[in-house]
Ligand binder design. Structure first.
Ligand code: HEC
Length: 119
């Protein structure tokens, strides 16, 4: 009995760790690295949870996008990627292509995907 419980617990822990890994490696990017990039470059506008409520993002017109909003949730990954790469003139959203490498952009996109799912 006790042995079975241990086996089940081990299995459960293992599957949870698999799920975890799946979330972290959403898209091709690495969300863990993406988080660091986000905190350095995007948080001031998009806020700690991506709700567009960063200290500076609140003051721009239009304000920074809220990734958890219904409108933003509808955007495909390709659309989000295009906005990160090319910016959205004339808003405060600048083009990150050239400032971040292609890898870094994929990483930050993977992190955005996690933020937008956490309403
Ligand atoms: C100076 C403030 C600012 C910074 C810094 C900033 N953004 Fe933005 N972002 C904006 C604004 C403003 C918009 C456009 C909002 C709108 O169109 O209503 C936007 C839009 C976006 C969108 C499109 C969302 C949608 O729903 O269409 C994405 C994706 C995005 N930003 C990602 C990023 C990433 C990733 C970074 C960091 C590498 C970043 N932004 C840095 C202000 C900023």
């Amino acid at each position: 009995m006790k042995k079975t419980t241990t086996v089940w617990l081990a299995l459960l822990t293992f599957s949870v760790s698999l799920m975890d890994r799946h979330v972290v490696h959403a898209a091709d990017g690495d969300a863990q690295r993406g988080r660091t990039i986000y905190e350095k470059n995007c948080l001031l506008c998009h806020g700690p949870e991506g709700k567009g409520d960063g200290q500076f993002g609140k003051t721009t017109s239009p304000p920074a996008a809220d990734f958890t909003s219904a409108a933003s949730q509808k955007k495909t990954e390709v659309e989000l990627l295009a906005t990160i790469e090319n910016g959205r003139p004339p808003t405060a959203m600048e083009a990150w292509k050239g400032q971040l490498s292609g890898h870094e952009i994929q990483d930050v996109l993977a992190y955005l995907k996690i933020l937008r799912e956490r309403r």
